[in-house]
Write a protein that binds this ligand. Sequence first.
Ligand SMILES: [Zn+2]
Length: 507
Amino acid sequence: MRLRTRAGLGAVAAGVVTVLLGGTAGAAPAAGAPGVGDSYYPGAGNGGYDVSHYDIRLTYQPTTDQLSGTTTILATTTQELSSFNLDFGLKVNSVRVNNAPAKFANDPEDPSELVVTPARPLAARQPITVVVNYADTPSKVVIDGVTAWKKTPDGALAVDEPQSAEWWYPSNDHPTDKATFDVSVEVPDNVSALSNGTLVRKTKNRAGWTRWNWRSTQPQATYLTSLEVGAFEIFQSTTPNGQPFITAYDPSLGEAVPAAKASIERTPEVNEFLATRFGPYPFEAQGGVASNGLSFALENQTRPVYGRGFWRSGTNTSVVAHENAHQWFGDSVAVGSWSDIWLNEGFATYAEYLWSEHEGEGTADELAEYTYDSYPADSPFWQVVVANPGADKQFDGAVYDRGALAVHALRKAVGDEAFFTILKTWQARKKGGTARIPEFIALAEKISGKPLFELFQTWIYAKGKPSVSPNGQPAAAARTASGPPVAPKSYPAIQLTHAELAAHHRH
Ligand SMILES: [Zn+2]
């Protein structure tokens, strides 16, 4: 989405400022940049301010797909601003900045950029309050050929990656600007409105409607903030460690509902296990939503959303392990740039190996060996550069599978003790923030005391099939003694999970 480069415009705006206020060190109000400089999505996020909190207060009518209300943004300016952008695709009624009405207009070259011009320029390093009032039909809003809002027969889903916020709330839409959230959505009584974090309360302000009030108190990326409206069957309980555990099931999943429940209801157990490998679970709530309205799954913070395909062959705890591993790798520690996607998908996929090993359905050694042998050397699979796959291959199967092989190669090279110390230290140091791949490599080298340049070069920076597997075995074709490889028990579920996850992103 928004692949057009906007760097030229930003440079012009930055060049104009210098002479206006001679004597004040070159500082003068300028337009905030229309992107944060992500090489894959130049229009993603914005410059000039840093958001600390979103208060999203909406009403949604499923029968008409009408979404209306107000989002209040608490931010701090990082420069003097004559104007700034919000990433937003819906029709806006009004914008106020620090209580004064502000001018606003969509950038004609990129209608998902809402340019806000406050009545007076904003000083640098000051808190600001931005109130955006809006109403629209999100399913009719197309941005760069995509509608991330998913209308369902009885509701809608705001669930997508790398962007979904533009279809339901204005934001600084890049993982580098995390914030806390209050999400309050009023819907007709016959449906529910789910989001992230804790369900603070349900309120009734008028007959026939219920307002669902959700709160996320930990830093949360915009794309991981979600809304699911529908006639869900909802379960509310408390995990053994005292956290709220809310799950929801779409009855239209039919005969798949029991398999979905038998998988997702085990989330606290899965997270308990993952905590033994990655360190403490990073958030204040847990859960999951099984919907018939999407074909993939996404690691929405505290409450992943699962599409219809995962339960086709019965229970699938692999995908539950994958999405909940993202609570550590992807959510608590988010990508610093979208090119760092290996830090999310390589580790979430590797968590499937760890869970399989824990469940006695195939060891990580076996899964890595079988995966390595499954792709012949001339397969396009080996032509994806996992550490920088490109926007068009960001969610390629290789980012998942070769990404997990790279993690296993690290484990074999440094040994279990150093390996799990690396993962836990990484999580503790980066909790709530963002990270880049070279930072992970530096930490792995420091903790293990081993030079790892060549290993990462081989597994994530280079194309081509490595000459030996992560376990040090030559490719299967070169082996004669052991015969053809046998798939570990968990392999079909893991492959189904990856096929479903990758298929969605090949639009
Ligand atoms: Zn994933």
